[in-house]
Ligand binder design. Structure first.
Ligand code: NAD
Length: 455
């Protein structure tokens, strides 16, 4: 049970601050809402934790995924994304299926399918449209459809709404309601979990917004933020990630500038961060399916309204150019170490898009591996989280830990905790070798005189 205060809705344990009669009233609504029958469409990084949390609170929660292997693995208690453990998966009571017909009893549909970009960097709404086509025929009067997938303003009402209307024969806003609630989870982050992040919610009417609040209020302890409109909520999500992308791009540009002058960028950032209003973003490779993708959704929207998103696209260009910059640093380290590049042994650690997750989608470290291979280097690649199969899918053969020694150059592309905590990790590098430490994770370690480079 949750309570509403101004725009932020607080969880039930705040009740004693409010007074008993309000609590009794809320109890009545609470009992009613437990009858909401929820379907979550797309059980990936976003959908699975959401469905599991909901299943802990609601009697009827069904999760649908079109990937049969994913559904079978989940039924055996295995979540390859490592976001939900086997115990939580089984004890939550979540039902998972790959058959759309099993969602026919649902009243509240939440869509969490991917929203990638095409090769031309345009939004690819095909999984979203397919999901709407699939659930359209199941919609009944009084149902609610909420999108969580990241989209640009207008997609929920102007793209999904008409498809749902077409395939249901019903009218959006009159027969069924639409809502949007962007997901903000941070894969691999065990502190800022779904329930601990304020959730933005929106809907096409005040009563529909109450209904969305009632559902999410059951699982979000951090509180709900009621967005004034669906388009505002859609815009907020792409803005959040674009802001990060542009700021990281600035740090990447600055890093290149200081690097050519022999100045350590991290030292400059540390010094600048002593000012109260400096925001300490750091340089790095920007990959994954959010920060490197969502700005293109905002850029597409900008162009659709006749605006020129110069800064957004420039940030993307800068961040995409960082692989080339790192490749040149590897070559430079080999040459200054007087190695003949093709004879030297290079070890690259971490190919996932960020630390401590197994996800390699849009990983810039993968691009770096392929670029280094093209140079004909004797390259060995290791990852503490990525499966052999996922790596092979990216045309990368992972090496065993034992093969990662006597390295002339060690590239720590993604500093998983497993590397940071591994005793003697840096001993895999020859005494006259060079460490390329993209995130500066080993910056304060004793390198025994080895050469060092970071962004
Ligand atoms: N992963 C994140 O950190 C994160 C954070 C915030 C928002 N998002 C957004 O959330 C959305 C989902 O991202 P994700 O990382 O969970 O993706 P994901 O690829 O991990 O999972 C999506 C799942 O949806 C399934 N799917 C695809 N089409 C389907 C359909 N028509 N019907 C049923 N299932 C279908 C896929 O098989 C997959 O298992 C995207 O819009 C993404 O931008 C992701």
């Amino acid at each position: 049970m949750s309570l509403l205060l101004d725009n932020i809705q607080l969880p039930a344990n705040a009740a004693h601050h409010i007074g008993l009669s309000l609590v009794q009233e809320a109890q009545h609504t609470h009992d009613k809402l437990k009858t909401e029958k929820i379907a979550v469409i797309g059980l990936g990084y976003v959908g699975l934790p959401l469905a599991t949390h909901l299943a802990e609170q609601f009697r009827y929660v069904v999760g649908l995924d079109i990937n049969t292997d994913r559904v079978e693995a989940l039924r055996s208690g295995i979540d390859r994304t490592n976001e939900v453990d086997a115990q939580q998966l089984t004890s939550s009571g979540l039902r998972v299926t790959d058959r759309i017909s099993e969602l026919s009893g649902a009243t509240f549909f939440i869509i969490t399918v991917p929203t990638p970009i095409t090769k031309a960097h345009q939004p690819d709404l095909s999984p979203l449209k397919a999901a709407c086509k699939a659930i359209g025929p199941l919609l009944k009067k009084g149902d609610m459809v909420v999108l969580e997938s990241t989209v640009y303003p207008g997609v929920t009402e102007d793209v999904c709404g008409p498809i749902l209307e077409q395939f249901s024969g019903l009218d959006a806003g009159r027969d069924f309601s639409l809502g949007y609630s962007p997901e903000r989870i941070n894969p691999g982050d065990k502190t800022n979990t779904l329930d601990r992040i304020v959730k933005v919610i929106s809907a096409d009417s005040a009563s529909a917004l109450d209904r969305v609040a009632n559902v999410y209020g059951e699982i979000i302890r951090a509180g709900l933020y009621r967005s004034p409109s669906i388009k505002v909520a859609e815009g907020a999500k792409v803005l959040e990630n674009t802001q990060r992308d542009v700021n990281i791009a600035l740090m990447n540009e600055v890093s290149k500038i200081f690097d050519s002058a022999g100045i350590a960028t991290q030292d400059v950032i540390n010094a600048a961060a002593t000012k109260w209003n400096f925001v300490p973003f750091t340089p790095g490779l920007v990959g994954g399916h959010c920060i490197g993708v969502d700005p293109y959704y905002l850029a597409h929207f900008a162009q659709s309204v006749g605006a020129d998103p110069q800064m957004i696209l420039s940030g993307r260009q800068t961040n995409d150019g960082m692989v080339k910059h790192v490749k040149e640093a590897v070559l430079s380290m080999l040459i200054t170490g007087r190695s003949i590049p093709q004879n030297a042994k290079v070890g690259l650690f971490g190919i996932t898009f960020k630390e401590n997750v197994p996800d390699v989608r849009n990983s810039k470290s993968i691009e770096l591996v392929h670029d280094l291979k093209k140079l004909g280097l004797n390259l060995f690649v290791h990852d503490a989280h990525c499966t052999r199969l996922s790596a092979e899918h990216e045309q990368i053969e992972l090496s065993q830990a034992a093969q990662m020694r006597d390295l002339d150059v060690m590239v720590v592309s993604c500093p998983h905790d497993a590397y940071l905590d591994q005793p003697g990790f840096l001993d895999q590098l020859k005494p006259d070798g060079a460490l390329i430490d993209l995130k500066g994770a080993f910056r304060d370690r004793d390198l025994g005189g080895r050469r060092y480079w970071t962004l």
